[in-house]
Design a binder for this molecule. Structure first.
Ligand code: BEZ
Length: 237
C-alpha cells in the first residue's frame, strides 16, 4: 500500500476508535466521566464541584416538552429531600443555556399538583455540542439521534458509577423510585455482606450474602437477627 493511503487508513481507523469510545455508555464500577459546562447555576465542573456527595445526573430529551416538564417539577419538589441525603441533582440536555434559563423560569411559576411554585436550585447544564451526551451514552440513535434519552446515572462519593437507568421518550421517570434506588445504594455502600431484596424500602430486612457457621446455626432462633426462606435466601431483620 502507498504511504499516503496507508496514513489515511490509519487515521480513519483511529478516528473510528475514538468515536466508538466516545459514545459508549459508562459501565457500573467505572469512574464517572468528568466535564466542564455552563448551567443555570454558573459553570459546573462535574463531578469534582460536588466533592464527596452522591450525585445523580439526569438527562432529558428537550426543554419545554410536557413529560420532561413534569419530571423537573417532581424533582424540584423533592430537591430538599435529596439534599438531606447528601445528594446533588444535576440535569442535562442538548438545549442551550438560554433555553434552560427560560424553561426554569416558566417551571418556577407553576403550582404543580396544587403545590406552591418552587425555585429550582439544582443546575440545568447545557450540552449544545453533545460532548457530554456522547461520553455518557445518552444519545440512542434508534430512538432519537439528536436528543438525549431519559438517562439517570447514580454516582457515589468516590465518583464511581453505581447505577444507570434509561427510560423511553414516552414514559416519565418515577422520582420515588429514584430515591429508593439511592437509599438502597447508600444502605449497602461499603458493606460486603448485605444486599437489598426486590421492592426493598428503608427499615425493611435485607438479604445477607454470607454467614458465619455460628450465625447459620442460630437462624430462626428468638435472638437471631437472621431468618431464611431457603438455605440460599437468608434475610437479616
Ligand atoms: C416530553 O418530554 O414530553 C417528550 C420529549 C420527547 C419526545 C416525546 C415527549
Amino acid at each position: 500500500m502507498k504511504k499516503p493511503i496507508l496514513s489515511l487508513f490509519i487515521f480513519a481507523f483511529f478516528i473510528m476508535q475514538v468515536y466508538a469510545q466516545d459514545i459508549s455508555i459508562p459501565q457500573l464500577g467505572m469512574e464517572a466521566p468528568s466535564f466542564k459546562a455552563m448551567s443555570t447555576e454558573g459553570q459546573v465542573k462535574f463531578p469534582s464541584d460536588y466533592g464527596s456527595k452522591w450525585k445523580i445526573l439526569l438527562s432529558h430529551p428537550k426543554d419545554f416538552t410536557p413529560v420532561c416538564s413534569s419530571e423537573l417539577l417532581e424533582l424540584a419538589h423533592e430537591q430538599e429531600s435529596f439534599a438531606k441525603l447528601n445528594t446533588q441533582l444535576v440535569v442535562i440536555s442538548t438545549d442551550n443555556l438560554e433555553q434552560h434559563t427560560s424553561w426554569k423560569t416558566a417551571l418556577e411559576e407553576i403550582s404543580y399538583k396544587d403545590k406552591s411554585p418552587v425555585e429550582i436550585t439544582f443546575p440545568l447544564v447545557e450540552d449544545a455540542d453533545y460532548s457530554v451526551s456522547r461520553r455518557y451514552g445518552m444519545l440512542h440513535s434508534k430512538e432519537h439521534s439528536s436528543e438525549t434519552i431519559r438517562g439517570v446515572f447514580f454516582i457515589d462519593p468516590e465518583n464511581t458509577i453505581r447505577s444507570v437507568q434509561f427510560y423511553p421518550m414516552e414514559v416519565g421517570r418515577n422520582v420515588a423510585e429514584l430515591k429508593r434506588t439511592l437509599l438502597a445504594l447508600q444502605h449497602t455502600y461499603g458493606k460486603d455482606n448485605e444486599v437489598t431484596p426486590a421492592n426493598w424500602n428503608p427499615g425493611e430486612a435485607v438479604i445477607v450474602t454470607h454467614l458465619t457457621s455460628e450465625d447459620r446455626a442460630n437462624i430462626g432462633k428468638p435472638d437471631s437477627p437472621f431468618y431464611q426462606y431457603s438455605w440460599f435466601l437468608v434475610f437479616k431483620k
